[in-house]
Design a protein around this ligand. Structure first.
Ligand code: GDP
Ligand code: GDP
Length: 437
């Protein structure tokens, strides 16, 4: 499970700037993609070392920021109450205000691990600012300038230190013979209907996995002789909890489910095409590097013309993930499920495929020969050899010279070449380029 870290502070102290600085992804390629959008409030912070965590910016949760009043306040409070760690952000330029003091009083009652971040510490008398906030009794304050990205690494280091250790919560990936799947999508696409349909059909062999953490629930099932585990999915949660949790944390829940799964099934509503919210969920799946199947639901009751329209629209909007299989289903009638599970199986098989160094090196050589990278400032980037890295997603480590100057276009060419050659469907793949022999 991903821990939750909440950014709390009065308006204008720089929460959203800090949020962006902390969640800025290292995987630029994913985010160059048109059609991927980001959630403004929730982001996963993925560190090179240390476990990832979800960051929630409590400021913009309700859109309009009204301080600690009204809907924003309720949402912020809910997020902070759920959080494992709080980052209390204050403004080093303006110093402590009455509103900061109010927030502090509330945080004291909450009594959660809290770090004090003094932002906008650029171009000010830092010692004076820090000593002003020392009376808050929150330990050593962390000075940052989120606008200039200074102090960010120190904040990250402290966050990692203060978060619960990995393994302190139970995980769902204990059974390697089961493919963990999550049905994700915005509200009303039909996730619960699908899950109930699947479990209804499989009632005899489905069983609830004993409670893991908080309100996460998983169910095991078998289909066509293969074993699956459905993780934290809308239809699995108990009714009372659903309302609460969905209201407050649908995005958090979605991020959790994506993190725990091996194959994410992104559900779309055939009558609505691909909305911004769908693109945000898709972006989270891509960020996490998970295998992906796209299920276009509510395929029933549509005319041939409407179906054609939907096909065209979806394939245009999702052309940048054309490696993911599209399956048309009706959760209501239970049609298309066999094809859906076949696609899930193919995606998982691709994501966990094992490669030999010889195969990967030969593939790189073949790709190079068929289409060498263009000359950059008088030099041709050279790829000398390659070997497989991690699986899920399959990662290829390429050694050579001037590989930094390989264009995105060329990297995509390599990606497509590898996909074809190794018949990889339904999974992202990654290349890491290393200079030298
Ligand atoms: P929020 O309301 O707490 O989310 O605050 P924002 O992130 O929207 O920032 C409010 C204003 O402060 C914006 O104009 C930012 O550009 C500015 N700001 C944010 N961080 C810094 C910083 O570290 N230094 C300076 N000088 N300005 C900052
Ligand atoms: P969730 O919020 O994603 O869990 O969505 P629900 O499963 O609650 O479904 C939302 C609405 O869509 C309900 O009224 C369902 O009956 C309806 N629905 C779900 N799947 C289908 C489908 O395949 N066809 C049609 N026509 N309606 C569906």
């Amino acid at each position: 499970m991903l821990p939750l870290v909440a950014l709390v502070g009065r308006p204008n102290v720089g929460k959203s700037t800090l949020f962006n600085a902390l969640t800025r992804t290292r995987d630029a390629l994913v985010h160059d993609q048109p059609g991927v959008t980001r959630d403004r409030n929730y982001g996963v912070c993925r560190l090179i070392e240390g476990r990832p965590f979800v960051l929630v910016d409590t400021g913009g949760i309700a859109g309009e920021d009204e301080g600690l009043a009204g809907a924003t306040a309720r949402q912020s409070r809910a997020a902070a109450e759920e959080a494992d760690l709080i980052l209390f952000i204050v403004d080093g330029r303006e110093g402590a205000s009455a509103l900061d003091d109010d927030i502090l009083r509330w945080l004291r009652k909450l009594s959660k691990p809290t770090l004090l971040v003094v932002n906008k510490s650029d171009g000010i008398d830092l010692q004076a600012a820090l000593s002003e906030f020392s009376r808050y009794g929150l330990g050593d304050a962390l000075p940052t300038s989120s606008a200039h990205r200074t102090g960010i690494d120190e904040v990250l280091a402290k966050v990692v230190e203060r978060l619960p250790q990995e393994g302190s919560t139970e995980t769902l990936d204990t059974d390697p013979t089961r493919v963990r799947i999550a049905f994700v999508g915005r509200p009303n696409v039909g996730k619960s209907t699908l899950v109930n349909r699947i479990l209804g059909e499989e009632r005899m062999i489905a069983s609830e996995v004993p409670g893991t953490t908080r309100d996460s629930i998983a169910v095991d099932l078998e289909r066509d002789g293969r074993k699956y585990r459905l993780v934290d999915t809308a239809g699995l949660r108990r009714r009372a909890k659903v309302e609460e949790a969905v209201e407050k944390f649908s995005v958090f829940k979605t991020l959790q489910a994506i993190e725990q799964c091996q194959v994410a099934v992104l559900m779309l509503d055939a009558s609505e095409g691909v909305t911004d919210q769908d693109a945000t969920v898709l972006g989270a799946v891509l960020d996490a590097g998970k295998a992906l199947v796209i299920a276009i639901n509510k395929w029933d009751g549509r005319t041939d013309y409407e179906r054609q329209q939907t096909e065209t629209l979806v394939s245009r909007k999702l052309s940048f993930v054309e490696w993911a299989e599209n399956v048309r289903i009706s959760a209501l009638h239970g049609s298309g499920l066999r094809e859906l599970f076949r696609a899930i199986h193919r995606a998982h098989a691709s994501a966990t495929k094992v490669f030999s160094t010889a195969d990967v090196t030969r593939a790189i050589e073949a790709a190079y020969e068929a289409n060498p990278p263009p000359v950059v400032r008088g030099h041709v980037p050279k790829m000398r050899f390659a070997h497989p890295g991690a699986e899920s997603p399959p990662t290829f480590i390429v050694h050579g010279t001037r590989l930094k100057s390989l264009s995105n276009t060329y990297q995509r060419y390599l990606e497509n070449f590898f996909r074809k050659r190794f018949k990889l469907v339904g999974t992202p793949i990654r290349f890491l380029f290393r200079e030298g022999e």
